[in-house]
Design a protein around this ligand. Structure first.
Ligand code: FAD
Length: 524
């Protein structure tokens, strides 16, 4: 799609404070008339439109009609009320009922245009975070929570909390995602087995519903909206503030990677570690695969061991990497090595294949930023990302390993990107929330984080994703996709399963005109 040249003219007209209504003309030929009395300045210049049309996935390119850079939640509410056909702003009554779509956009790290609004208005949540007073992140006096503007990034929440010796308890692997963006999905990572996803660690939200109502909600206050919005894919309202739980922050981390050639030993140890309930348990657990037909990244390991690790991968074709972290501070410093020893003594790995780094807490949480810098420097960040993220029930993980990892992945001439592979617990997820997970106490998070480019053709990677999904379907492995993008209603109904009717009911309650987050393609 290309940008409509009429739009820059409209910007000029707005800037000149002309007396006629602002016209947003989209490529889809939807005319949106914003009356002057609405008092909203929208951006329609080619740069703003283009920036809002693409995302990290680099697969879709969908032009909005305009971008709103709001300076208050009230502006977003006005926009939505007008989009619902509220004419009370239009004193000249020469504007029509627009019915244009509206999508909040955090950092635009979606994969398939989920934050887009074809021909409608994209709301830039970063603008709102920047103008939130007294600050985008305010830590409470007792330190138990932070009130956060939803357009702020998790790295900003962490920095503000650390200044008071505090921290959120659960993180995504990458911190440059907006709070509103991850809360609309789930927000998962290596702390989830212990604390639950980010959506399980929110006390309260300010939400502007699709109807334009500004509502404060919590488990006790408007619970239907609160739970609906968490994992709700932006369908019920735009989150403007989230009250995030905080806890004491450690200062340092023992960051450990242990290599396995035996899949059963790898998963047995992973599952044992996430089932521990005492103080000895690890604070973070993930895992990934190193395959001889992929790029073997040995940078974590000491220089003297890197050749050995590469040989190991080549010899076995696949090595399973268990990744754990144990936090500590000055109080626990005297015992940390002993704790690590006790924790790892009973694990089933070959001696000599455990590697430990000792890093500051912030650096550990911010570890993916280094990867981003590396990829950017070689031009491999802004490439298409046909990522596939799935949750696999524990009871079928052996079948999944045989069919997908050995049967499909290892048989590729070359694999691209990182493959995440780790179990987590269901008991920290609240079933009232919109997010969907498998119906088993333990399930695996598996991420095929592939990048197209170079020898990796986008279509081939997409084919591989299709084969993975087909294998699961044909083998009766009841996976749930995460960060998914379906275009058929039946796929969404299957995804939400027994929760579909609740999802639909909430949509009718909070966004009956079906204006919000059209890029998710659920109600289009
Ligand atoms: P956007 O792409 O801007 O928006 C995503 C969706 O949320 C859209 O539908 C949008 O309309 C809606 N939305 C955005 N803000 C709001 C709001 N304030 N109110 C209501 N709806 C809103 N996810 C994980 O769970 N764990 C990870 O470890 C992880 N790692 C990642 C690493 C990288 C490098 C990338 C690119 C993504 C990763 N993700 C991870 C996925 C990420 O959580 C989602 O893509 C998330 O949506 C990104 O946040 P964002 O601010 O970019 O959202």
């Amino acid at each position: 799609m290309t940008t409509n040249p009429n739009l820059s003219l409209i910007t000029l007209m707005t800037l000149l404070m002309c007396l006629t209504p602002t016209l947003i003309k989209s490529d889809n030929d939807i005319d949106v008339l914003l009356p002057i009395s609405l008092n909203l300045t929208v951006l329609t210049d080619p740069f703003s439109i283009s920036a809002a049309s693409r995302d990290f996935g680099n697969v879709t390119d969908v032009n909005p009609g305009a971008v709103l850079c709001p300076s208050s939640p009230a502006e977003v509410a006005r926009l939505l009320r007008f989009a619902n056909g509220d004419f009370s702003y239009d004193r000249d009554s020469d504007t029509s009922s627009p019915g244009f779509k509206v999508a909040a956009r955090g950092q635009g790290h979606s994969l398939r245009g989920q934050a887009s609004a074809p021909g409608g208005v994209v709301v830039n949540m970063t603008c709102l975070a920047k103008t939130t007073k007294p600050a985008a992140v305010v830590v409470s006096a007792d330190g138990s929570y932070a009130d956060v503007a939803a357009g702020a990034m998790w790295v900003e929440v962490l920095e503000a909390a650390l200044a008071r010796g505090l921290s959120p308890v659960t993180f995504t692997d990458y911190l440059y995602l907006s709070v509103g963006g991850t809360l609309s999905n789930a927000g998962i990572g290596g702390q989830v087995f212990r604390h639950g996803p980010q959506i399980s660690n929110v006390h309260e939200l300010d939400v502007i519903t699709g109807k334009g109502d500004m509502v404060t909600c919590s488990p006790k206050l408007h619970p239907e909206l609160f739970y609906g919005v968490l994992g709700g894919l932006g369908q019920f309202g735009i989150i403007t503030r989230a009250r995030i739980a905080l806890d004491h922050a450690p200062t340092r981390v023992k960051w450990i990677r242990i290599l396995y050639s035996d899949f059963s030993a790898f998963t047995r140890d992973q599952e044992r570690l996430i089932s521990m309930a005492n103080d000895l348990r690890v604070d973070y657990l993930e895992g990934q695969l190193m395959m001889s037909n992929g790029i073997v990244d040995t940078s974590f390991f000491p220089l003297s061991d890197q050749t050995r690790v590469t040989s190991l991968v080549n010899d076995h074709r696949i090595i399973y990497v268990l990744e754990v972290a144990k936090y500590y501070d000055s109080t626990t410093l005297p015992i940390i090595d002993q704790v690590i020893d006790t924790l790892t003594r009973t694990l089933g790995f070959t001696p000599g294949l455990m590697f430990v780094q000792d890093v500051p807490y912030f650096d550990f949480l911010n570890r993916v930023r280094n990867e981003e810098d590396k990829l950017r420097s070689i031009g491999l960040w802004e490439v298409p990302h046909p990522w596939l993220n799935i949750f696999v029930p524990r009871s079928r993980i052996l079948d999944f390993h045989e069919g997908v990892i050995k049967g499909l992945l290892l048989n590729q001439t070359a694999t691209s990107g990182v493959t995440l592979f780790y179990p987590t617990n269901r008991n920290k997820w609240n079933n009232l929330m919109s997010a969907m997970i498998p119906d088993e106490d333990v399930f695996y998070v598996i991420g095929f984080l592939q990048s197209a480019g170079g020898s990796h053709n986008f279509e081939e990677l997409e084919n591989l994703n299709d084969k993975i999904i087909n294998f699961c379907d044909n083998s009766g492995i009841k996976i749930k996709e995460y960060l998914m993008h379906y275009t058929r209603k039946e796929d969404w109904m299957k995804h939400f399963g027994p929760k579909w009717n609740d999802f639909l009911r909430r949509k009718m309650m909070f966004d009956p005109e079906k204006l919000l987050s059209p890029g998710q393609d659920i109600f289009n």
